[in-house]
Design a protein around this ligand. Sequence first.
Ligand SMILES: NC(=O)c1ccc[n+]([C@@H]2O[C@H](COP(=O)([O-])OP(=O)(O)OC[C@H]3O[C@@H](n4cnc5c(N)ncnc54)[C@H](O)[C@@H]3O)[C@@H](O)[C@H]2O)c1
Length: 348
Amino acid sequence: MSCIDIAVIGVGVIGKRHIQEILDNDECRLVAIADPSPEAESYASSLEVALYREYRELLDEVRVDAVIICTPNHAHVEVATACIERHIPVLVEKPIADDLASARALAKASRIAGVPVLVGQHRRHNPMIRAAKRAIVDGRIGRIVVANIMCLAYKPDAYFDVPWRRRAGGGPILINMIHEIDLVRYLCGEISAVQATSSRRTRGHEVEDSAVCMLELENGTIGNISLSDTTVAPWNWDTAAGEDRKLFDYRVVPTHFFAGTSGSISLPDKTLWSYPGEKGRHLPIHDERLSVGDENVYANQLRHFVDVVRGATEPVIDALDAAQTLAVTLAVVEAAKTGKRIDMSASL
Ligand SMILES: NC(=O)c1ccc[n+]([C@@H]2O[C@H](COP(=O)([O-])OP(=O)(O)OC[C@H]3O[C@@H](n4cnc5c(N)ncnc54)[C@H](O)[C@@H]3O)[C@@H](O)[C@H]2O)c1
């Protein structure tokens, strides 16, 4: 397979971002898009690419090597299943689904058909995250005792003009906190229990605008995530990590803290904290920068997807792995609703 022919289904905010990466990558080509919205017409003609209103027509009429699915959450599984039935590998945006049963059904369909599904937890392609993972695996901070994550931002009011973002199945737990949960699983280990509280008091939408959760991990690490899309604050990955500087402002402040028995890592300022000798808060703590280049995370993700489509590698996050991230995320929603501590050990 020389050049990979890709179709993109759903060309809203993130669909356009994927398309930009396809256009910038010599190893793949955009062959068609599907989106029923009127805005998609002028966008497709500006790209001089075929537009389908119905994604099934696209799949039936256009020969594609791979599909990137960027529809609203509720349509991910339906579209991905249609691709798998046609033996087409997919990159599906997160969350893989908005319910666990269909996420697991998709994982099963992918395994049985032998068709890879890569899920768009794009931070796994960030060199900063990989460097942190390497430092953790190499034992440089010892055993992680506490993870503390902030995801506090102000989404402009126009963001909520799109109805699915205000309704159940949208909302910042499923849209944003899922990235943090995936990061905790990737860097720290599997999550075995969840407690949470949420609030919709400020925006008054059907879904929450803010939430806080407490996590217990299988390996004894404990953690918390604070989330809000209605706070004027710089402490969120989107603006602090600089992954998409066209979409978001960029200003580095530490937002993610992983504190261990021998040291700590704060991100995205890439700092590793430790004592050179004896440990103790009466002594000066040393800080050093993790050595990381500035890379385009979405371009990395696309390159990885191209390798997956060629059969050269396995997805760094497949449907089953993403279903577990979703299981924890949905447990946060449930814990916030019921006030109960949710034991996740049965789903591990
Ligand atoms: N990885 C990330 O950081 C990231 C960032 C933003 C969004 N996302 C995810 O990407 C998805 C899309 O988010 P968005 O903000 O781009 O949404 P959006 O509303 O801007 O775009 C969604 C597009 O899908 C189209 N669509 C709806 N139903 C469709 C269907 N059946 N077939 C084809 N097209 C259809 C809509 O017309 C719209 O153009 C969501 O699941 C979201 O969680 C991920």
